[in-house]
Design a protein around this ligand. Structure first.
Ligand code: WTA
Length: 648
């Protein structure tokens, strides 16, 4: 019999929004939230039509939703342009000369682009795309550093109706080639190089290698000069961004595009080895980005909003570019690493630019904790008014540290659960309304009908773990996996009949709050007991000696799976056998004997992707003594892996 142990860890701390925050928030009470949420579920057409009316339409839709499970069309018959909504509509208003993007390069250069300037750059670059053969519907690969031109390239694609596929700058040549071939791209936009932790990432060289290995469909490569490193220019194929910009004028009317016209494809790894091209379209995606920025970040004209994600991930798409700009907000953008030249770069930037809203990942927060409080406390962070997290469950200790040290105890934290597939926030607190508890993403966003179900699709009782599903379509949902409708259906809509299966395990507490345990494939089954690796990790890192922990399953003849914990210790702590025993006892004590780790391995660091996700697949292989296989190109530091494999 499966016993649920999630409920053992009960979080009793509750943080209510302050009266001052609530007073000016768009959603300022739970009553208001509930009323609007109910309407959004009962009358989605009415609810979303009202939100959509905030945007600029070249032709109004005739029908809000056309749902033929599992295929959705939103705002049927409507025509609009995403770049017009992010730029043109702010011109001729008080926002015209307001900063759209404030940028700092890793070496320290500073730039500000007002809405008017950004509009001009985007129009010009849209003409450059056209000049180089890009037409409506063509796919364009963007492989850029974190510079404003990455956003310019995305918005310019949107303007002409080309479909962008941004490839994260940390991906290898092979990954670029695979993506080019999968989506049949004809054009690449890149830079000579980008800065990362003091060195130059040879972006153009990677593109050259990708095109040597394949990607024969590529006709043109547009190269932005960023780092000034030596590069090869292939005559007839490669052109310089700055030269091309000289040939074009700044007039480029936004193309009227169907609501369901593809906006972008973004690749994400799935349970199989081949990345999936997640397809997002125009109107629904934009509305998801816009409404979540409006209600969850509650963005204001005076905000300086900073999302630390890379533009190569969905968080960068929705919450650096499309969401904030459609709101007419000011987005801060930083090119480089948080620990360059020193561990306090982020806090220095918040202090200098007076950042008010800060959105980052739990894994980054745990790194900050490890680096030590003194890097934080020497800076003035009093400009901050709201904090956010995304990407993984946040352990209550990291939440508390974030709340106290970064937020000064006064900033609400929005722990936002969502996925590449969902386009925008799905389960999240509303900062002026929702009482938060460390470690939970709390309650569904408008229009989100989330539930936790068992293997038969039946909703489970309170505090029992199960599969997280979404039972109704929502505007920002992925429309398909590019070129593979069957895989879309199979991956997301076949596990639980009639529902979208997110791949995550979760439970709901007595208040209906969702506690995301992590990917179902990260949930262990030890002797018939369901144990969340995230819960184990949370316990481990709450031990004073532990900095980071990752828990994976190892096949075990007797119990099905055994628990293997990879642990890094805090500065000044020693990884000795006594500590190993102490940690075993500690976990046993906090969760129960069922969760006693079988193996605790100390490591100097954990293998992570560039986006900061722990590479569990690799750890599982290391834990079970297998040779490490598969794509490791996103690993931040390959040396980490070698050390882990040698650890005994
Ligand atoms: C996890 C990132 C707990 C989850 C936007 C999901 C989270 C996966 C949270 C999607 C959160 C994201 N709490 N888990 N607040 N946010 N996740 O596609 O497992 O890179 O399925 O999208 O991250 O990751 P993706």
């Amino acid at each position: 019999m499966s016993q649920n142990i999630s409920s053992v860890l009960v979080e009793n701390r509750v943080f209510k929004p302050s009266k001052d925050f609530a007073k000016r928030a768009r959603i300022s009470s739970m009553e208001q939230y509930r009323k609007m949420w109910k309407e959004s579920i009962a009358k989605p057409d009415r609810f979303w039509a009202r939100e959509a009316a905030d945007l600029v339409w070249q032709k109004k839709w005739t029908k809000v939703l056309d749902w033929k499970l599992p295929f959705a069309k939103w705002f049927v018959g409507g025509k609009l342009n995403v770049s017009e909504n992010c730029l043109d509509r702010h011109l001729g208003t008080a926002r015209q000369n307001k900063a759209a993007i404030i940028w700092e390069g890793e070496p320290g250069e500073k730039r500000v682009l007002t809405y008017q300037q950004l509009h001009r750059e985007v129009c010009k670059f849209a003409n450059v795309l056209k000049r180089n053969g890009a037409k409506k519907g063509d796919r364009v690969i963007i492989y850029m550093p974190m510079i404003p031109e990455a956003a310019v390239a995305m918005l310019a694609c949107a303007r002409v109706g080309a479909v962008h596929s941004v490839v994260f700058g940390g991906f290898s040549a092979d990954s670029i080639k695979d993506r080019i071939e999968d989506c049949g791209a004809s054009l690449v936009v890149t830079a000579d190089g980008g800065y990362r932790r003091g060195s130059i990432v040879p972006l153009k060289k990677n593109v050259d290698d990708a095109l040597k290995a394949g990607g024969k469909n590529i006709k043109k490569v547009i190269v932005f000069k960023r780092a000034g490193n030596d590069i090869h220019i292939e005559e007839g194929r490669d052109v310089w961004w700055h030269r091309e910009m000289e040939y074009v004028d700044a007039k480029c009317p936004p193309t009227a595009l169907d609501s369901e016209h593809p906006l972008f494809i973004l690749y994400t790894s799935g349970s199989t080895g081949k990345p999936k091209g997640i397809l997002h379209t125009t109107a629904g995606y934009l509305i998801q980005c816009y409404t979540t920025c409006k209600y969850v970040f509650d963005l204001r004209d005076e905000d300086v909003y900073w999302c630390t994600a890379d533009i190569g991930w969905v968080t960068g798409h929705s919450y650096i570019v499309y969401g904030p700009l459609s709101m007419g907000a000011t987005a801060f953008m930083y090119e480089g690493a948080p620990n360059w030249p020193e561990n306090d770069r982020f806090w220095r930037l918040i202090d200098e630019y007076k950042v008010t809203v800060f959105y980052t990942a739990p894994t980054a927060i745990r790194a900050f904790i490890r680096w030590g409080d003194e890097w934080v406390t020497k800076h003035d962070l009093s400009s901050l008014r709201l904090l956010g997290t995304v990407g993984e469950p946040i352990n209550p200790e990291a939440w508390m540290w974030y709340h106290k040290l970064i937020g000064g105890g006064r900033c609400p934290i929005v722990d936002t659960w969502w996925q590449t597939e969902t386009g925008g926030h799905m389960i999240t607190p509303f900062p002026g309304a929702t009482p938060t508890k460390p470690g939970t993403a709390t309650l569904p966003f408008f229009g989100v009908d989330a539930a936790i179900v068992d293997d038969d699709g039946k909703e489970v009782p309170m505090n029992v773990g199960g599969k997280l599903v979404i039972r109704k379509p929502w505007p920002g949902m992925l429309r398909s996996i590019y070129g593979d409708k069957a895989r879309y259906k199979q991956t997301y809509w076949s596990e639980v009949k009639g529902s979208y299966f997110a791949g995550d395990g979760a439970r709901r507490d007595k208040d209906g709050y969702f506690w995301i345990v992590g990917r179902i494939d990260d949930v262990l089954n030890v002797a018939g007991h369901r144990i969340g690796t995230a819960e184990l990790e949370s316990v481990l890192v709450s031990h004073p000696a532990v900095a980071e922990a990752a828990v994976v399953g190892r096949p075990d003849e007797l119990k099905g799976q055994a628990i293997v914990c990879f642990v890094t210790v805090k500065n000044g702590q020693q990884a000795h056998p006594e500590l190993r025993e102490e940690l075993r006892k500690y976990v046993r004590h906090v969760i129960g004997p069922v969760a006693t780790p079988d193996d605790i391995r100390f490591a100097e660091a954990l293998p992570k992707t560039r986006s900061g996700k722990i590479m569990r697949r690799l750890l599982k292989q290391v834990a079970s003594g297998q040779v490490v296989t598969g794509d490791t190109t996103t690993l931040e530091d390959l040396g980490v892996l070698a050390k882990l494999a040698n650890d005994d």
